[in-house]
Design a protein around this ligand. Structure first.
Ligand code: NAP
Length: 328
């Protein structure tokens, strides 16, 4: 079939985390027959799965509607089932580049196929940055006690009244350490330099806390533990002295990277941190007919529930856009 005879999708949703599936549910219920391109599993450099970061989370206790908690993968299965129930079509593939300037827009998949679309919702999320030391990623899966989100995982019973460690020196590390003090017996902050880059107010809160101790000029060189973390091998970057710290949990807070490689040269505008820039409170990007939702466009909140809310907004914005352009 020649490209010109290919059907043009009304809306293509790229990404399959809470934002993508929520956008799909709303778009499908608005009779837009969305096509969700959900990605394929990848392992380099860290595990990336269709379903996003929740696929690497064990128990989710802060998603409303689940008073007894739900596992991340189970929650994502429910999102997917709900989207499919309303006739979302699902494509297990990756988009590698986008031509938003052509009419209709053209999305190229990793197998070279091209999808044409009147509108696109980008919901590819962001991935946590990891330290890169041995055993870190292995113990970040299946409840091994290594996490990149204290707000998601820190209140789990396995971390209560235990000695925990946070790595990083930015606002996230301060926020995570502060949050963990509500449950932990003690929280170590491990930072590679001798000063934090976090805002003064957030630093003060943790530095003054009696159960927080900072290990300055220190890096994690190995995570110990078979099925669960038992300790960290540390090195002081100035003295080169090594040590072992027994901990029951490690929270890595060294930033996130939005999944934007496939739109790098597409004309989309990014903010100063590299996230998709949105105009005011809407999901509109700088390009007509291209919307964004979830962590790919949000470096601040990064929660499943806030991403889902943004997915809803994007579908509604998209529906209005299509209606004003005569696509029903
Ligand atoms: P960030 O500001 O980029 O800080 C990352 C931290 O991780 C830095 O201290 C950095 O060390 C350290 N780091 C980076 N790579 C590392 C590595 N490989 N090994 C060890 N340490 C490493 O990231 P963030 O804290 O996630 O904050 C992101 C943005 O969100 C910031 O603009 C922040 O202000 C904002 N934020 C705001 C709030 C709030 O206001 N409530 C809360 C959270 C985040 P160096 O300092 O040595 O570079």
């Amino acid at each position: 079939m020649s490209e010109s005879t290919l059907a043009v999708e009304k809306v293509v949703i790229i990404g399959s985390g809470p934002a993508g599936w929520t956008a799909a549910i709303y778009a499908a219920r608005a009779s837009l027959s969305p096509l969700a391109i959900v990605g394929v599993p990848a392992t380099v450099p860290a595990p990336v799965l269709p379903g996003g970061q929740l696929m690497l989370t064990t128990e989710v206790e802060n998603y409303p509607g689940f008073p007894h908690g739900v596992t991340g993968p189970e929650l994502m299965d429910k999102f997917r089932d709900q989207a499919v129930r309303f006739d979302t079509r699902v494509l297990d593939n990756d988009v590698v580049s986008c031509d938003f300037a052509s009419t209709p827009m053209r999305l190229t998949l990793c197998d070279g196929k091209v999808i044409q679309a009147h509108s696109v919702i980008i919901a590819t999320g962001a991935t946590a940055n990891w330290i890169g030391c041995p055993n870190e990623l292995r113990l970040a899966q299946n409840g091994g006690g290594v996490s990149a989100c204290a707000v998601c995982d820190g209140a789990l019973p396995v971390f209560r009244n235990k000695v925990l460690a946070v790595v990083g020196g930015g606002d996230t590390a301060m926020e995570e350490a502060s949050y963990l003090t509500k449950f932990a017996a003690k929280v170590y902050i491990i930072h590679r330099r001798d000063s934090f880059r976090a805002s003064r107010a957030m630093q003060t809160r943790v530095l003054e806390h009696p159960r927080v101790e900072v290990l300055w000029n220190t890096v994690v060189t190995n995570v110990q533990g078979e099925n669960r973390i038992t300790g960290l091998e540390l090195e002081n970057v100035q003295t080169k002295q090594t040590s072992l710290l027994e901990v029951a949990g490690l929270f890595v807070a060294i930033g996130h990277s939005p999944a934007t490689k496939f739109i790098k040269d597409s004309g989309i505008t990014f903010d100063e941190k590299g996230y998709v820039h949105l105009s005011s409170r809407s999901s509109e990007t700088n390009l007509k007919g291209v919307f964004a939702a979830g962590d790919v466009a949000d470096s601040t909140y990064r929660q499943a529930v806030s991403a889902a809310g943004m997915g809803c907004q994007a579908a509604i914005d998209c529906e209005r856009y299509l209606a004003t352009h005569g696509v029903h």
